[in-house]
Design a protein around this ligand. Structure first.
Ligand SMILES: Cc1cc2nc3c(=O)[nH]c(=O)nc-3n(C[C@H](O)[C@H](O)[C@H](O)COP(=O)(O)O)c2cc1C
Length: 372
């Protein structure tokens, strides 16, 4: 297989990427105390600096926005200093890195809030499944508290503050997490959004919070440093929509004309890939369905092999392809794709939590193998 097309440069807004092989956001639950990135996190990201662009693991925009143990945040000066270790290490290794910003919404638990308050959501509907508490113990999800419309400007401001902090920490870009079952996705999809105010009901209303967030973040850092991740047909966190194609045609169309750096779509075949063992297979192909709806650069993710990535970029269905589990297991994935070398196997058991094992100790190719 020739992977040459993946090695042509790509302009994503203000960023020039040397290749089209993206490391997407990958939650690893290995931040230090007070949700602060550490030197170990810096080493992990720097090992992967040959990616065209690294996107960090989902990072909480506020205390209320948390939902996984030992996930990093971007809402304190200490966290900004921790992230500075990471961005400096990635830049020293020649890479580019964007911060993925998340509010977990209902996919959280009261044990994350210092006042013990319930998680918040568009509507008071619990996520299915099992929640992690901050100490990694498990429990069921609570019925969240439906956000009052008067609280939503505060959520938007938290995204704006996190974007400002990202720039202070030295990030090249930010990605607004509108996918995979978290708060903004909970507003977009009507299974979880049953509001009757200006943020629910019609698809225009359900898209409002996402667009307000993007406008605030772009106003802070410049639209050409802002990407957005969406997952049409995504069912993570128990989300569902009554008319996905029609509704996401609207949502994606509404992203045009804003000068965003990129749209990042997750394919439904990867819907359960991040969390459970039962990858849900869905015949819908988001790149095919929605690529033409968005006028700017598009990234795609979801169980891609390098050969599929070549086909997808060649067909013009995306400008770059993200490889999640392969990047966890192969710090030098870019080089391995370039020379068509065998890949290390991903070890699911070390995905979440723990230390260096399964994190910074996946081997790179030896110099001899690279030469061969
Ligand atoms: C361990 C793990 C953690 C993940 N964490 C995130 C995350 O924090 N944010 C996000 O948007 N997607 C997350 N994902 C989804 C990946 O970004 C990617 O879309 C998915 O793994 C499909 O790509 P792959 O099949 O190449 O792994 C995660 C996936 C895995 C396997």
């Amino acid at each position: 297989m020739t992977s040459q097309i993946l090695f042509s440069a790509l302009q994503l807004g203000a960023l020039t990427l040397p290749n089209r092989i993206i490391m997407p956001s990958l939650t690893r639950m290995r931040a230090g105390p007070r949700n602060t990135p550490t030197a170990l996190n810096a080493e992990y990201y720097a090992q992967r600096a040959t990616a065209g662009l690294i996107l960090t693991e989902a990072t909480a925009i506020s205390e209320q926005g948390r939902g996984y143990p030992d996930m990093p945040g971007a809402y304190t000066a200490e966290q900004v200093a921790g992230w500075r270790l990471v961005t400096d290490a990635v830049h020293a290794a020649g890479g580019r890195i964007g911060l993925q910003m998340v509010h977990h919404g209902r996919w959280s638990h009261s044990s994350y809030n210092s006042d013990g308050s319930l998680p918040v959501a568009p509507s008071a509907i619990a996520a299915p499944g099992v929640a992690y508490r901050p100490d990694f113990s498990q429990t069921t999800y609570e019925v969240p508290r439906a956000l009052d419309a008067a609280e939503l400007p505060g959520i938007v401001e938290s995204f704006r503050d996190a974007a400002r902090n990202a720039m202070l920490a030295g990030f090249d870009s930010v990605e607004v997490h509108g996918a995979n079952g978290f708060l903004l996705d909970q507003f977009l999809q009507d299974g979880s959004n049953q509001r009757t105010d200006a943020y629910g009901g019609t698809i225009e209303n359900r898209t409002r919070l996402l667009l307000e967030t993007l406008a605030a973040v772009a106003g802070e850092v410049g639209a050409d440093r802002v990407g957005v991740r969406l997952a049409p047909h995504g069912n993570l966190g128990g989300l569902s929509d009554s008319d996905t194609v029609t509704h996401f045609n609207h949502i994606i169309g509404a992203l045009n004309g804003r000068g965003l750096a990129y749209l990042h779509l997750v394919e439904p075949r990867a819907s359960s890939a991040g969390i459970g063992d039962n990858a849900s297979v869905d015949s819908a192909n988001n790149a095919q369905l929605f690529r033409r709806r968005f006028a700017g650069p598009m990234l795609t993710a979801g169980a891609y092999t390098p050969a599929m990535a070549v086909d997808t970029v060649t067909a013009g269905l995306a400008d770059a392809v993200a490889f999640g589990r392969m990047f966890i297991a192969n710090p030098d994935l870019v080089e391995r794709i370039r020379i068509d070398a065998p890949l290390n196997t991903f070890d699911r058991s070390t995905s979440y939590g723990g230390g260096a094992h399964g994190y910074t100790d996946y081997p790179s190719l030896s110099p001899l193998a690279r030469a061969g």
